[in-house]
Design a protein around this ligand. Structure first.
Ligand code: LMR
Ligand code: MN
Length: 427
């Protein structure tokens, strides 16, 4: 029969043992099941290996135990060694569960041999190759992903998932924007891409902006917005709560944060001193958003938590931030000093989420500095605050002199409920 486990024992005693182990598994008696299935007389039984793996898996899940999880993964791999004797359906079932557990464990590269097995067994199914590509990207191995992609595109030159990932890798890992655009465009041709195509539209538009083709970028953004991938052509964050009001600039008085803004303005000299005294701890901006210049930041809070001990050296600033729970507890944002040298241009970009508003307190050297959010450009004024929504496209210039310092305070969007503030995954 097609769908039975290989190596079913010939003696009825051992078949009964396996039936009992199966019942133990159903009851959640993990240890008993695993012990029974591990009997050496059952070493060649696929059913026994499956039960042992499931039992370890169940125990790992129940006890949130990573050592047991590793043993469960090893047990699935042990079962997969019988692959030539496993039916297609069984092989797929075991491989899927093993890969799922490996991803949960975070040891992505150890899924490679399983994908290779699937690719060998199902050479006509492009999904296994594409899943291996994604796995390599999750493991931060763009080099390995690229090898798989080349192979995939040789065999399936029009596969949209492979085209899209190749474009993504060219842009984000090899900085080959021209090639990225060609491949992303082909992947998204006629807007017939996969339902999760949002981030590929995002990267196509971003690559076009970087190449100095804003009109082409705008067309891509409008297409993606019409498909519902973005909130609008200008508001292109990918982690959104769709219901929230979206506007580029927020008058401070239209937010619940006017009190905080005024308190920060009253203390701006102290805040500036703390931002300057921390000089050495600033870190270069590393997202590649700068077209030219120099820009560094000092984070005080990240994802709603203080960054190790930083508040000891910025007590006034942190006390003000802590007075507003929507600031100190904003798990989708940061609080940071941002220092930008004269001559810097930060190219047009968007933040990751519409769940925050971004307050700036300007602290020094603001002459000749500009920030465009969507279609309105403003200037900082020392000692003054403003609030904008950084999920809208924005761009910054420092055409003045000296280092401009601002304090950036991210705040939960006022339309979010208390439950959402507690439960939204951090960014
Ligand atoms: C941004 O959010 O990209 C900028 O406003 C940051 C800055 O320091 O001006
Ligand atoms: Mn920004």
């Amino acid at each position: 029969i097609e769908d039975e486990w290989p190596g079913e024992p010939s003696q009825s005693y051992w078949r009964e043992q396996l039936d009992i182990a199966e019942e133990e598994l159903r009851q959640g008696a993990w240890a008993a099941c695993e012990r029974r299935a591990a009997a050496s007389a059952l070493g060649d039984s696929g059913r026994a290996r499956w039960l042992a793996a499931r039992a370890l898996d169940g125990a790992a899940e129940a006890g949130k135990d990573n050592r047991l999880l590793s043993r469960a993964i090893a047990a699935y791999v042990h079962l997969l060694k019988m692959n030539e004797r496993l039916s297609d359906a069984k092989l797929l079932e075991v491989a899927r569960r093993a890969i799922d557990r490996i991803q949960f464990r975070g040891t992505y590269l150890s899924a490679e041999p399983i994908y290779r097995l699937l690719i060998r067994r199902f050479p006509h199914d492009v999904n296994h190759r594409n899943n291996l590509t994604v796995t390599f990207l999750m493991a931060n191995r763009a080099d390995l992903a690229s090898e798989v992609l080349q192979d995939t595109l040789r065999l399936w030159p029009n596969d949209r998932v492979a085209l899209a990932h190749h474009g993504f890798v060219m842009k984000n890992h090899y900085n080959n924007l021209e090639e990225a655009v060609v491949y992303l465009q082909r992947a998204l041709e006629d807007d017939a891409g996969p339902p999760d195509a949002a981030r590929f539209y995002y990267h196509l538009g971003d690559a076009l902006l970087q190449l100095g083709r804003p009109r082409d970028a705008q067309l891509v953004h409008a297409r993606a917005a019409a498909l519902g991938h973005f909130l609008s052509a200008a508001q292109r964050s990918l982690y959104n709560v769709p219901r929230l009001r979206g506007r580029p600039w927020w008058p401070v008085e239209d937010t619940p944060y006017a009190g905080l803004a005024r308190a920060l303005e009253r203390s701006w000299r102290d805040v500036l001193r703390e931002g300057e005294e921390a000089g050495a701890a600033y870190e270069r901006e590393k997202e590649g958003l700068m077209e030219r210049g120099e820009w560094s930041q000092l984070e005080l809070f990240v994802r709603g938590r203080e960054v190790g001990g930083r508040c000891a050296r910025a007590p006034v600033t942190c006390a003000l931030v802590r007075s507003e729970p929507a600031a100190a507890g904003c798990r989708r944002g940061q609080v940071k000093f941002s220092a930008m040298r004269a001559g810097t241009h930060v190219r047009a970009h968007v933040g990751p989420t519409n769940c925050r508003l971004r307050l700036h307190l300007a602290l020094s050297n603001t002459d000749g500095t500009y920030i465009r959010v969507h279609n309105e450009t403003r200037q900082w004024r020392v000692g003054k605050t403003f609030i904008f929504d950084d999920s809208f496209e924005h761009e910054v210039w420092h055409n003045g002199t000296g280092t401009r310092i601002v304090l950036i305070v991210d705040l939960w969007h006022p339309d979010l409920t208390a439950a959402e503030r507690r439960q939204l995954p951090a960014i």
